[in-house]
Design a protein around this ligand. Structure first.
Ligand code: LMR
Length: 398
């Protein structure tokens, strides 16, 4: 049977990270996978997470399964983190959520629930979007359309084209939005634009689904969730996939949450039952360790303060790297890279051709995606000159 299978191509993101790991060049620069790296090029464990982990190990008395919806303290903390402690939707009891294996699990459970509610639903995704959105949601059986989003010429969002496209989405359709720090382009909607999307959702009846994998890494925890919260306060339904990979550094612990904002507590209950049955069908119950750590960090005032200040420092560092990168690239090229400073989060497109991105890998051991998406957090004081010079050489055809 298995002889019917061909070898598939490498994953466009993870495959390049593996190629970089295998590259013996000591000057190599890894700008591939979206993980936060510090000045030493290490993806660190948050201090608050270390402390929570020690306390958990000392007090943990069982490894029995969590329930399919996961840990209740974690779920409550995630609802408040994403929606804001003062959310009227939360106070009205019209929100439910389920702990998931990472943000991917959250997207998958969201897709399962969408499919149960509307098997013929079309999901509208931005052009471009994170490449894994399509297989993750598509394998459930949902269909796709794309809406225009990033405009390479202006290095920004073509909002009028976006509105024109999503105006074609109707009731029973889903419009997938990036809550902040758009992956792959880093170009986000303004709050006024989120309000226009909300108005269109009211008029057309589509359900927004928001993937918020980078809350806290753009402008801050509250600012990054402002667009999503605006939708939640105005609309009867919003589906949210949240991740603790980046903002709590729990990447390998696979910790996330699927949140469902509905029009009533009774509907929230019904949706929760659907999400739980979907989880049971797909993986039964979520892994415990990461969520127990996240729950402690989010719910304990001292750990929370410690975490928030470390996260703010990361966010400031990324924004500082954006400024430094612009000035280094301006020195080494005759292009205007000022757009990098206007974008948010870990990612930006450098605006290179796939051939130029491949040449950077081959000739200089600088690894970015073929789309020229870079992980800004992979830049540091030791590699920024080398990186800018390599980009300059490739742009001059060397
Ligand atoms: C990325 O886009 O690099 C991250 O979201 C990691 C991944 O799983 O692709």
């Amino acid at each position: 049977m298995l002889d019917a299978l061909d070898k598939l191509p490498d994953d466009p993101i993870l495959g390049l990270a593996a190629a970089c790991r295998a590259d013996p060049n000591p000057q190599k620069v890894d700008l591939t996978v979206g993980i936060y790296m510090n000045e030493e090029g290490v993806c660190p464990v948050f201090d608050a997470v270390q402390l929570a982990q020690r306390a958990l190990i000392e007090s943990e008395t069982t490894k029995a399964y969590l329930p399919p919806a996961g840990d209740a303290d974690f779920n409550r903390a995630m609802q408040a983190l994403v929606l804001g402690a003062g959310s009227t939707a939360l106070a009205a009891g019209r929100v439910t959520s389920i702990q998931t294996p990472g943000g991917c699990g959250a997207l998958r459970i969201g897709a399962e629930v969408i499919h149960a509610a509307a098997p013929g639903a079309t999901v509208w995704v931005s052009d471009p979007t994170w490449p894994v959105h399509i297989p993750l949601l598509g394998s459930v059986g949902l269909k796709f359309e794309t809406y225009r989003y990033y405009e390479p010429a202006s290095h920004g969002v073509n909002f009028s084209a976006m509105l024109e496209d999503i105006r074609r989405a109707g009731k029973g359709d889903v419009v997938l939005l990036h809550g902040c720090c758009h992956n792959p382009c880093g170009a986000d909607l303004s709050l006024e634009q989120w309000a226009e999307v909300a108005t269109l959702a009211e008029q057309q009846g589509f359900t927004p689904m928001v993937d918020i994998a980078y809350q806290g890494l753009g402008d801050g925890l509250e600012q990054d969730a402002a667009g999503l919260r605006l939708l939640v306060e105005r609309l009867p339904e919003v589906i949210i996939a949240a991740s603790c990979s980046k903002n709590l550094g729990l990447y390998r612990e696979r910790t996330g949450a699927s949140l469902f904002v509905t029009d009533s507590p009774a509907r929230a209950d019904a949706v929760l039952s659907q999400a739980q049955v979907a989880a049971r069908r797909v993986y039964s119950m979520p892994p415990a360790h990461g969520a127990l750590l996240a729950g402690r960090v989010l719910n304990d005032p001292d750990l929370r303060e410690n975490w928030e200040s470390e996260l703010q420092a990361m966010c400031r560092r990324i924004n500082g790297l954006r400024t430094s990168l612009v000035s280094k690239l301006q020195q080494c090229t005759d292009r205007d890279f000022g757009f990098i400073e206007r974008e948010k989060g870990m990612f930006s497109f450098l605006g290179l051709t796939p051939e130029q991105a491949q040449c950077l890998r081959r000739e200089h051991s600088v690894y970015m995606l073929d789309s020229s998406r870079i992980n800004v957090a992979g830049v540091n004081g030791a590699n920024i000159d080398y990186l800018a010079e390599a980009v300059g050489k490739v742009l001059q055809g060397h």
